[in-house]
Design a protein around this ligand. Structure first.
Ligand code: ASP
Length: 581
C-alpha cells in the first residue's frame, strides 16, 4: 500500500497514529538539526519533520520530488491555523524517493512566476497549482450537479457522433479526411443540433449531453476552437417550458455549488434590451439605462445633435465632481477606434442646482434642467451624452455604460443577475454576401405572427429564439424549432439555398419531419464559460485542462503539425498537386 492517508486528512485526533503518506515536495526548510518539508497532494499539505538521523537524505530533496514517508503523527508546537492539517506534523522514520524531479521551469505556487507561454508548454505542471486544481474541481462538481438535476427531471444523456457532415451554424467546420472514401470528408460538429432534433423525432422527449463542439473561427481572445456545451432538447414544449426548466437548473446549481439563492430571473425582449442597454446581453446588475433625448436637445443650434438620428444620455450617479481630466479620459475612451464615437457631451448637475456642461454655448440652464428631468438626474449626478446613427450610438453607449459600471464598482463579481433575452430577430443581413443569414441557425422557428413578413420585411421577422445571460455574459442560447417540412423548406429558400442544395445538405432532417416530428425546442449552455463564471473569473482557459492558446495551438503537444507523406498518401491528399493548382 502506497499510502494510508492523503495530505489533507490528518487532524489532532490522529496523534500517535503510524501513517504512510505520498506526495510532492512543496518546499523544505533546513533548520540545522531538523529539516521541515511540506508534502503536497491534491488534498492538501502535511508538514514532515526529519530528525538528525534522516537529515542527510532530507536535505537532498528538491522541489517537486515525489516521495513516500512513514512516521508518527505528533502535535505541532507552533500551530498553523491557515491549513486544516496545521495542528499536526509527522516525524518521519522512513523516506523513500519515488521519483526525482528536475527543477520545474516555474514555481508551483498560487502566484507563480511563470509566463503564460511557459505554463502552457508545461501544462501538467501548471495544473499542479491550487488555483487550477480548484477550477477543475469546480468543473467536476458542476458537471455532476448538472447531470443530477437533468436526470431528476427525466432527461436522458445520449451521445451523438463526432464524425458528421457540416451543419451550418455560422462558423467554419473542422474537417477530417476519410481514408476509405477518397476525396470525401467528415466534419466535426459545431453542435449536435440536427441530431438532437432527430432524437426528438425518435421520441426520447428530453435529451442532454455535456458535449464537445468544434468551430473553426478566427480566434478572438478567450475563444477555444473546441469547447464544451450543455446541449439540451425537449419535445412538446413552448419557450416558457424551456425557460422554466433551465432557470430551474441555474437556481439549483447556484444553491448547490455556491450556496446562493437566485431569487429573480427576469425576462426582456431583444428590442427592449437594445433600446435600453444597447446590447443583446445586458448586465442588469446596475441601472444607467439609456434615455433618448432627441426632442429635448435638437433644433437649438447645436449641429452635432441636429444631424444625429439619436441623442442618448446616461446618468452616472454622484459623479458631478468629475474633474476635467477624468472627463477628458472618458472622451478619449469613447473616441478610441474600437468604440468609435466622435465625441462626448457631459452635463454636471451641481449640488447647488446649477448645471455645467460641455455645450453651455448652445444650451441654457433651463434647457439643461429639462434634460436632467428627462433622464431622472439629480443634483450631484453627471449626464453623459453620445449621438449619431442609432445602431452605432447604442453600441458605443453600451461600451461606455459598461466601462463606467466597472469604474464605479457597480459590477460586483459576487452578485449574480441572470436574465432571459427573447424574441431575437430571425434573420441578419450580411453585407459581405449581400444575403440574409439565420441569426441563430436555420432550424429556428419564426414567430407565427411574423411569418407573413418573411417575404416583405424579412429583417423584422422575430424568432422563437432566446439567450440566457448572466452578468452581461451570454451563457447560452436556443430556440423553438421548426418541425414542419414545408416551413423548413421555405426557410432554406429564404436563406438562399436552392431546393437541391437544401435537399442534399438537410434532406435527412426534412424527411424525418415527414414521419411525425413533435414540436420541440431546446438550448445549449456554454459549459466552460459557466465554470469560469462560477469561479468568479473571466477567462475560460483556466477551467479547461488542456486548452489551446490564442493562435489555436496546443503548444504542449505542438499541434497542429504536419503529417507524414505516407499518411497523406493513405488519405489521398496530394499537397503538391494542390500547390501547383
Ligand atoms: N445548437 C445551438 C448552438 O450551439 C443551440 C441550440 O439552438 O440549442 O448555439
Amino acid at each position: 500500500m502506497y499510502r494510508t492517508h492523503t495530505n489533507g486528512e490528518l487532524r489532532i485526533e490522529n496523534v500517535n497514529n503510524e501513517v504512510t503518506l505520498c506526495g510532492w515536495v512543496q518546499k523544505s526548510r533546513d533548520l540545522g538539526a531538523m529539516t521541515f518539508v511540506d508534502l503536497r497532494d491534491r488534498y492538501g499539505i502535511t508538514q514532515l519533520v526529519f530528525g538528525e538521523d534522516q537529515s542527510e537524505l532530507a536535505k537532498s530533496l528538491g522541489r517537486e520530488d515525489v516521495i513516500q514517508v512513514s512516521g508518527n503523527v505528533i502535535e505541532r508546537e507552533s500551530k498553523n491555523t491557515t491549513i486544516p492539517t496545521g495542528e499536526i506534523e509527522i516525524t518521519v522514520n522512513k523516506l523513500t524517493i519515488l521519483n526525482k524531479s528536475k527543477v520545474p521551469p516555474f514555481t508551483i505556487e498560487d502566484e507563480t512566476d511563470g509566463g503564460e507561454e511557459l505554463r502552457m508548454q508545461y501544462r501538467y505542471l501548471d495544473l499542479r497549482r491550487n488555483p487550477l486544481q480548484n477550477n477543475l474541481k469546480l468543473r467536476h462538481q458542476l458537471s455532476i450537479e448538472i447531470r443530477k438535476y437533468l436526470d431528476s427531471i427525466n432527461f436522458f444523456e445520449i451521445e451523438t457522433p463526432y464524425l458528421i457532415k457540416s451543419t451550418p451554424e455560422g462558423a467554419r467546420d473542422f474537417v477530417v479526411p476519410s481514408r476509405m472514401n477518397p476525396n470525401q470528408f467528415y466534419a466535426l460538429p459545431q453542435s449536435p443540433q440536427t441530431f438532437k432534433q432527430l432524437l426528438m423525432v425518435s421520441g426520447f422527449d428530453r435529451y442532454y449531453q455535456i458535449v464537445r463542439c468544434f468551430r473553426d473561427e478566427d480566434l478572438r481572445a478567450d475563444r477555444q476552437p473546441e469547447f464544451t456545451q450543455i446541449d439540451c432538447e425537449m419535445a412538446f414544449v413552448e419557450q416558457e417550458d424551456v425557460f422554466n426548466t433551465f432557470e430551474g437548473m441555474m437556481t439549483y446549481l447556484f444553491k448547490k455549488v455556491k450556496g446562493i439563492d437566485l431569487t429573480e430571473f427576469p425576462r426582456m425582449d431583444y428590442a427592449t434590451a437594445i433600446e435600453k442597454y444597447g446590447s443583446d446581453k445586458p448586465d442588469i446588475r446596475f441601472g444607467m439605462t439609456f434615455n433618448y433625448i432627441n426632442e429635448e436637445t435638437q433644433n437649438k443650434g447645436f449641429n452635432v445633435f441636429d444631424q444625429s438620428e439619436v441623442v442618448i444620455a446616461i446618468v452616472a450617479k454622484d459623479c458631478s465632481t468629475y474633474t476635467r481630466k477624468e472627463l477628458d479620459k472618458l472622451t478619449d475612451f469613447v473616441r478610441r477606434p474600437q468604440v468609435g464615437a466622435k465625441g462626448m457631451v457631459y452635463v454636471k448637475c451641481n449640488e447647488d442646482g446649477t448645471f455645467k456642461s460641455s455645450v453651455d454655448k448652445f444650451y441654457s440652464q433651463e434647457d439643461l434642467k429639462i434634460w436632467a428631468n428627462k433622464c431622472g438626474a439629480e443634483a450631484g449626478d453627471l449626464i453623459l451624452v453620445l449621438s449619431g446613427d442609432k445602431a452605432a450610438t447604442q453600441n458605443q453607449m453600451n461600451v461606455l455604460r459598461l466601462h463606467l459600471g466597472d469604474e464605479l464598482g457597480l459590477r460586483n463579481p459576487n452578485e449574480y443577475a441572470p436574465l432571459w433575452v427573447y424574441d431575437f430577430p430571425l434573420l441578419e443581413w450580411d453585407e459581405e454576401t449581400k444575403r440574409y443569414h439565420a441569426m441563430h441557425h436555420p432550424f429556428t422557428s419564426p414567430k407565427p405572427e411574423d411569418m407573413k413578413l418573411l417575404d416583405t420585411d424579412p429583417g423584422n421577422v422575430r424568432a422563437n429564439a432566446y439567450d440566457m445571460v448572466l452578468n452581461g455574459v451570454e451563457i447560452g442560447g436556443g430556440s423553438i424549432r421548426i418541425h414542419d417540412r414545408e416551413v423548413q423548406s421555405t426557410m432554406f429558400d429564404h436563406l438562399g439555398f436552392t431546393k437541391e442544395e437544401a435537399q442534399a445538405q438537410f434532406g435527412f432532417l426534412m424527411n424525418a419531419f415527414e414521419y411525425g416530428a413533435p414540436p420541440h425546442g431546446g438550448i445549449a449552455l456554454g459549459f466552460d464559460r459557466l465554470c469560469a463564471l462560477f469561479g468568479g473569473q473571466e477567462t475560460i482557459r483556466d477551467f479547461i485542462a488542456f486548452p489551446k492558446n490564442n493562435g489555436g495551438r496546443d503548444v504542449m503537444i505542438d499541434s497542429p503539425s504536419p503529417i507524414s507523406s505516407e499518411q497523406l498518401d493513405e488519405l489521398n491528399i496530394d499537397l503538391k498537386v494542390k500547390e501547383e493548382l
